[in-house]
Design a protein around this ligand. Structure first.
Ligand SMILES: [Zn+2]
Length: 454
């Protein structure tokens, strides 16, 4: 079968991408995505494919490959995969994180689920269409992008802002989605149609300096900052329990009583506390603006009461929540007694440009329908459910332009959903070959349907 040959190609390409170790440490000098960009260039090179490489900084290369359709007015599909990965702590792993080894039907290594599995399967599907000389009405663009793991400034954002002509498209498929759950009512498959935003804040706290030997009644910036940390943790940012959240609960197979409680604003907090911690965490984030105070610094001398402290809070917003809402809620949580000592600012520079705004795409599109039909080829009768991811992806740059972008893929039933999520940026990241096969087939099936539905 052709799909077995293609699956073998996806496995080999995934192994090679993992071994290239394009580790994004968050610095401009890290990443070295040129290694994966050159490898992919070599893989998809063909006289009928237009390839462009963009390298805004040394080593930070992204690749755009375009295969023309027959009708210049037909919609263009972009398959986007990032080529960078996050660092590892190797001691936590049972296998070499950079080995890309195939062990008992699983490919091991950093990037195996985030997202070199998708990047490799997309390249193989793209190459298959090109080499079989199949022409669809619309162009197919393969976009292998750097720097997703640090906000996209040197990757997707750079190419979209500076070379829109090269990347121009009408629909985008990228990470991540396609997690199936089996239930008595059949299989449910989650795809991503939206993501949370990031609105990290720096909270600067002023106090009065004094001698550390006489702390009684002191106006310590650190003590006030510590009180603020506790207030932030105790504050309820309020649940948003919309349709997408309800669908997520359905897909999780929770019993009806639990679902009803989780959908009731008055009872959701108590209901979360009864769930397994991993699940509770995820459901909390899918239904609330989240605040995580992660860095607190103050003082530099052991015998001086500090007059300044700084607190960094990682904040993730839901679609419909903006920066003004974040600041209003923070002021309320901090309280009138402490607010006079406090200044709140965005944590990341250039928030207008690189802000992780919450974003979502309508599912009322031919691409969604093509995904639905294709997934039902693999899982007959499956319900395909739109869901929200709690982190940020490069989708937002396209959604800002009004272009529908979905997180897709297709996994086997062998990986429980919770376990799958723990592999993202975690230890022992790996993917089974069946999932690579399903995902490779998915891209081919979607392309076969999209232009008939468009
Ligand atoms: Zn990713």
């Amino acid at each position: 079968m052709a799909i077995d040959r293609l699956t073998g190609e996806t496995v080999e390409l995934l192994q090679a991408l993992i071994r290239n170790q394009c580790v994004n440490e968050g610095t401009a000098e890290s990443g070295h995505e040129i290694r994966n960009a050159e490898l992919l260039h070599h893989e998809i090179e063909h006289p009928d494919v237009e390839v462009q490489l963009f390298e805004p900084l040394p080593g930070r290369a992204s690749l755009v490959a375009r295969y023309h359709g027959t009708d210049p007015d037909a919609p263009v599909l972009c398959l986007m995969g990032h080529t960078d990965v996050v660092p590892v702590t190797a001691d936590g792993w049972r296998q070499d994180p950079w080995g890309g080894e195939l062990i008992n039907g699983e490919v091991w290594g950093r990037g195996a689920v985030d997202m070199l599995n998708v990047t490799s399967s997309m390249a193989v599907a793209f190459r298959e269409i090109v080499s079989s000389k199949k022409r669809y009405p619309g162009d197919i663009v393969y976009f292998a992008v750097a720097d997703e793991e640090h906000g996209g400034e040197h990757g997707a954002a750079y190419v979209i802002d500076n070379h829109w002509e090269a990347i121009k498209c009408d629909y985008v498929l990228t990470e991540y989605g396609g997690t199936p759950t089996a239930s008595p009512d059949g299989v449910m498959v989650l795809l991503t149609s939206g993501e949370k935003g990031g609105a990290a804040r720096r909270i600067k706290v002023r106090g009065t300096p004094g001698h550390g030997s006489m702390p009684y009644g002191a106006d310590s910036a650190l003590v006030k900052a510590a009180a603020i940390v506790q207030r932030l943790v105790d504050f309820d940012t309020g649940p948003r329990l919309g349709e997408m959240f309800a669908n997520r609960l359905k897909a999780l197979n929770l019993d009806e009583e639990m679902q009803a409680r989780l959908l009731d604003p008055a009872r959701v907090r108590d209901a979360l506390a009864e769930l397994p911690p991993g699940l509770a965490k995820n459901l909390h984030s899918c239904s609330h603006m989240s605040w995580s105070p992660n860095i607190l610094s103050s003082g530099d001398k052991a015998n001086v009461i500090p007059d300044y402290a700084e607190l960094m809070v990682d904040i993730r917003t839901l679609p419909g929540q903006d920066g003004a809402m974040v600041d209003d809620m923070l002021r309320e949580a901090i309280g009138d007694d402490l607010m006079p000592s406090v200044v709140i600012e965005p944590y990341f520079p250039n928030p207008e440009k690189f802000a992780l705004d919450p974003s979502s795409s309508s599912t009322n599109t031919p691409l969604w329908e093509a995904l639905e039909q294709s997934i039902q080829m693999a899982y007959p009768g499956a319900a395909v459910v739109p869901s929200l991811v709690t982190g940020g992806t490069d989708s937002r740059f396209f959604r800002r332009k009004g272009i529908p972008a979905y997180g897709a893929g297709l996994l086997s039933l062998d990986i429980p959903m919770d376990e799958f999520q723990n592999r993202f940026h975690g230890y022992n990241e790996r993917i089974d070959v069946d999932s690579l096969k399903l995902t490779t087939q998915l891209w081919l099936d979607v392309m076969d349907r999209l232009w008939e539905l468009a």
